[in-house]
Write a protein that binds this ligand. Sequence first.
Ligand SMILES: O=c1[nH]cnc2c1ncn2[C@H]1C[C@H](O)[C@@H](CO)O1
Length: 363
Amino acid sequence: MAELPPQAEAFNKPKVELHVHLDGAIRVQTILDVAKRRGIHLPATTVEEMKQKIILHEPGTLTSFLEKFEEYMHVIAGDREAIKRIAYEFVEDKAKEGVIYVEVRYSPHLLANTKVDPVPWNQKEGDVSPDEVVRLVNEGLSEGGRAFKIKARSILCCMRHMPNWSMEVLELCKKYRHDGVVAIDLAGDESLNCKAYPNHRMAYEEAVRCGIHRTVHAGEVGPATVVREAVEVLKAERVGHGYSTLEDHALYKQLLDQNMHFEMCPVSSKYTGACNSDFSKHPIIRFRQDKANYSLNTDDPLIFNSTLQLDYSTAHKYMGFTEEEFKRLNIKSAESSFLPEEEKAELLDRLHEAYELIQSTAF
Ligand SMILES: O=c1[nH]cnc2c1ncn2[C@H]1C[C@H](O)[C@@H](CO)O1
């Protein structure tokens, strides 16, 4: 595999990103600024020091990774200006990475401080509800979209350990379905399955009835049974991560045949311990060989100290990805996006043009 010159981008063309957490993609400087304004004490005063607290330096576990959010979420949650600002800055950062369409996800409840039970991050009860969080994020994303000339939509997350929030998340998806919100997700610790927590299932059943798009984190660190449950019980249209699908041959074949989309996050999968840290043995290689439908995504670039370029260069350098495959997977990502059909067609036109492909090119 040809080595890239230092600083060169593995794929310097317009990209689509479908799996990135807003609360895992905040600028460290913003956390420091907001903490200062709100008089919140942090264990660090410079970006470098704060980064050392937040980023994962070694491969760990999903649980140790999820604990990292406790370092800073209390700074942003419950603060209107901060919530809008992180959404706006997120769009700016994505535009710089060459992303032209992004679906960004978050839990409205984890950024609220009222009408949420329990109030997260040991905050005092305040007056920012999950509903207002969605409005603020929408404002930040649409102002950012206009300023930086890219399109950003959002996905609202249910959390596996908070089943009592799930119906409220679904209601927010319905309320804002024509105002920036394109789907529902289920994030958090995969060992908590839906049989034990029927509220998630009820929310997803209602999503199906209302035509709300659905993705589910499954098969990241959990077994293939979680993927099966996501697809068969929750009727997921896309799978978040899904690496362990490979353990169940029949399921893998079925999902390949169904053209199921897998939202893959190579750098993330190393640091969460989801996959072997030797990228040359990564499950994505198998998905690529089988011409599966998948995207490449950052997941939580703040915590992995990463960029989308790093995911692409990792795929290029250690997994043998070519320019042609990058084009193919971005076209697949656009096709699997949760945009309405007309907007999806426009996005596909833009990619075909940028990649100098004729419309009928079949991958
Ligand atoms: O990679 C992940 N797997 C499962 N849950 C995750 C991952 N990245 C972030 N989350 C959780 C923590 C966030 O607070 C939440 C909503 O974005 O989703």
